[in-house]
Structures are given as structure tokens and as C-alpha cells.
Design a binder for this molecule. Structure first.
Ligand code: GCO
Ligand code: MN
Ligand code: MN
Length: 388
């Protein structure tokens, strides 16, 4: 029996803000005390994680003087060296300060947009100094409640100008960042711009250097929108745009719950792990979730262990799925291959088109065929429930 102990090679990472979450919500105060970033790094290393990610202000407070900043960064780097943990992703907090209450890159106030650029460039400097190679854009406040303000089209174009500017900044500094946009449908704004994976993919194609930009999809976010996360991930993989991923869980159509990975939608979590492992995705398995507000610090580390352990268990289940002869037979029976028809249907030529138009099909047989999906689903469920 495997012991499901995480190793750095599993590439599990956590945001400083995730295990550092204070348990505050819109109705109640913090239920936990702040943990020092260096302490978080030490604990995560102990648990077998590979790395951490951070917002600029998770590490350096907004009001820190240049001297304080340097001291904090120096100490943090020392802990990284001692523990071997990597900083895999960096990002900017463009949502906490009231300055950003009506957006950052999409604010209607040019001063706010310029400040957002300044803050992001500084945060990119910090991330690069810590070795981050992925830079995430989550537009926390990039959205609206009142659309009569007339900025719907402008907002997208301001957003585009900012991303183009920052991609050039990264180049001019030699940072080599890969940028990952993180879609979310709502919360904290009534409606957020680029609400889902498909919307962000479409937007990337309009940027000056689309090859620099990909996605950081989050399980909870697509689920809040009532969409299938595995489908979104399949499309991101197909487009070559899965740069990073935020793993957590969520009940459909609710407020952003950020539950422990696998806590709610085990079937979708299994499918997701299978997709990531089968596709050869080799980026961080990044958990963007937090312990329930009920928990104390011990509960926080149980939460972190649980995220990684569930991933490893599902990874093992995916291997068993591939080795299960009945499941494999069901999969084989599901697909109908026909070399001649497949050759005719791919790569247009006039001859192929003529041949296909003239072809007869036994439609009755096609109508009557049962593809065996009930059996495949039940077999898979039984495997997940541990009786296969
Ligand atoms: C959320 C988001 C954030 C981002 C983070 C990094 O719903 O609050 O998921 O946690 O992922 O700001 O960009
Ligand atoms: Mn989220
Ligand atoms: Mn996220």
C-alpha cells in the first residue's frame, strides 16, 4: 500500500495566503493569527511541498520602507535556501487596497491604472528576485456592478494595454516570465471581466505577444459559473495554454468557498488529476484554498496535508484505471475505429469530399448502438470507492 507521502518531485505548491488565511469572512473577524512567511515555508517544506507562490504584499507590507523590504526579502531568501523550497509563481495584490475598489488595470481613473502598472512592475521585480517564472494576473477587482458607466469596451482595451506594457517590461528586464490569466465569474465584484477560461483564451489572442500568455484556471471559479472544470482544462491543454493551475474545491453556484482539494467534487477531481497526469503537464500543482474558518493552526496543516494526499490517491486511482482490464475493455468497445473512413474525413481533397458524399451509411445500426457508458461510469465509481 502506497503511503501517499508528498515529495518535492510531485511539484505541490501553496500560496502564502492559503495556509496563511486568517479565517476572516464578510460576516466575521479573523479566527486565526498571522503566520510568518518564513514559518510557512519551513512548515510546507516539512510536509513535502515543492514551492510557494505569493502576492507582493503577502511578503512585503504595502507601507514597508526600501530598507525593510530588503531585510524581509533577504530573510525570506535565506529560509528558501535552507529548506530548498522554490518560489514558483508571483502575482500582485490589486484588490485589497481601497485604491482599487473600482478596478486596477480597468479602473476608469487613469491615475489608478498607472499606479496598478507601477505596483505590478515592482511586484515583478520582487518575483524575479525570488526566482519565480510564472506571473499570474487575477483580476480581483476588474469588473463592475454598474454597466451604464459606459466602460465595458474601454475596460477590455485598458486591460489589453496594461498586459502588453507588462510583457514588454518583462522582456526589457530579461525576466522571461510566462504570464497566466486567472478567470473568475464574480466575487468580489458583481461581474468580473474575462469570467471563464474560454473568455480568457479569446482575449489572449488579441494581445501583442499572445505566446507569452496562458491561463491559471481555478477549480472553484469554473464551478461557481456552473461549468465543468475538467472540460475547461482540456480546452486549455488543447490550446497549449495551461501555464499554471489553482486546485481547490467548491459547491456549484455558491460564494467562493476555496475548499480543500477533492472535498466536494471527487469525481471531477479524479478526472482532473487524470487529465493533468495523462497530458504531461509539468507545472506546479498549486493549491489555492484554505482551511475552514472553524480550524486552528493544527487544522491548517491537516488541510494542507489533505490537499496533497488526495491528489496522490487520485493519481494512484488513475494508474489503476489504466490497468483495470474491464475498464480498458469498456473503453476499447466505446471507440469505433474505421481506418478508411478516418482517412477520408481528415485533410480535405475534392476526391475525398466526393467519396464521402457518395458513401452509404447504415444509420439504423448507428441509431441502435449502445456505447456502454453506464457500465464504464459504474466501473470507474467502484474503482474510486475502493472496491476494485
Ligand atoms: C480568489 C483568487 C485568488 C488568486 C490569487 C492569485 O478567488 O481570491 O483565486 O486567490 O488566485 O490572488 O492570483
Ligand atoms: Mn479563487
Ligand atoms: Mn486562484
Amino acid at each position: 500500500m502506497a503511503n501517499y507521502t508528498p515529495q518535492p518531485s510531485d511539484k505541490f505548491t501553496f500560496g502564502l495566503w492559503t495556509v496563511g488565511n486568517l479565517g476572516r469572512d464578510p460576516f466575521g473577524e479573523a479566527t486565526r493569527v498571522r503566520l510568518e512567511p518564513t514559518y510557512i515555508v519551513e512548515k510546507l517544506a516539512e510536509l513535502g511541498a515543492y514551492g510557494v507562490s505569493l502576492h507582493d504584499n503577502d511578503l512585503v507590507p504595502l507601507e514597508a520602507s526600501p530598507n525593510e523590504r530588503d531585510r524581509i526579502v533577504r530573510e525570506f531568501k535565506k529560509t528558501l535556501e535552507q529548506t530548498g523550497l522554490k518560489v514558483t509563481m508571483a502575482t500582485t495584490n490589486l484588490f485589497t487596497d481601497p485604491v482599487f475598489k473600482d478596478g486596477a488595470f480597468t479602473s476608469a481613473d487613469a491615475r489608478v491604472r498607472a499606479f496598478a502598472l507601477q505596483k505590478t512592475m515592482r511586484a515583478m521585480d520582487l518575483g524575479a528576485e525570488l526566482g519565480a517564472q510564472i506571473y499570474v494576473f487575477w483580476g480581483g477587482r476588474e469588473g463592475s456592478e454598474v454597466d451604464f458607466s459606459g466602460k465595458l469596451l474601454d475596460a477590455l482595451s485598458w486591460f489589453r494595454d496594461s498586459l502588453n506594457f507588462l510583457a514588454e517590461y518583462s522582456d526589457s528586464q530579461g525576466y522571461g516570465y510566462r504570464f497566466a490569466l486567472e478567470p473568475k465569474p464574480n466575487e468580489p465584484r458583481g461581474d468580473l471581466f474575462l469570467p471563464v477560461v474560454g473568455a480568457a483564451l479569446g482575449f489572449i489572442a488579441t494581445l501583442d505577444k499572445p505566446e507569452r500568455f496562458g491561463l491559471n484556471p481555478e477549480f472553484a471559479h469554473e464551478t461557481m459559473a456552473g461549468l465543468s472544470f475538467p472540460h475547461a482544462i482540456a480546452q486549455a491543454i488543447d490550446a497549449g495554454k495551461l501555464f499554471h493551475i489553482d486546485l481547490n474545491d467548491q459547491k456549484m453556484s455558491r460564494f467562493d468557498q476555496d475548499l480543500r482539494f477533492g472535498a466536494e467534487n471527487l469525481k471531477a477531481a479524479f478526472m482532473l488529476v487524470k487529465l493533468l497526469e495523462d497530458s504531461g503537464y509539468d507545472g506546479p500543482r498549486h493549491f489555492d484554498a484554505h482551511a475552514l474558518r472553524t480550524e486552528d493552526e493544527a487544522g491548517v496543516w491537516e488541510f494542507a496535508k489533505g490537499c496533497m494526499r488526495t491528489y496522490l490517491i487520485l493519481k494512484e486511482k488513475a494508474q489503476r484505471f489504466d490497468q483495470d482490464s474491464e475498464i480498458q475493455a469498456a473503453l476499447k468497445a466505446y471507440r469505433v475505429e474505421d481506418a478508411e473512413l478516418e482517412a477520408l474525413s481528415k485533410g480535405f481533397s475534392k476526391e475525398k469530399a466526393e467519396a464521402l458524399k457518395a458513401r452509404g451509411f447504415d444509420l439504423d445500426a448507428l441509431r441502435k448502438r449502445g456505447p456502454g457508458l453506464e457500465r464504464l461510469d459504474q466501473l470507474t465509481l467502484e474503482l474510486l470507492m475502493g472496491v476494485r
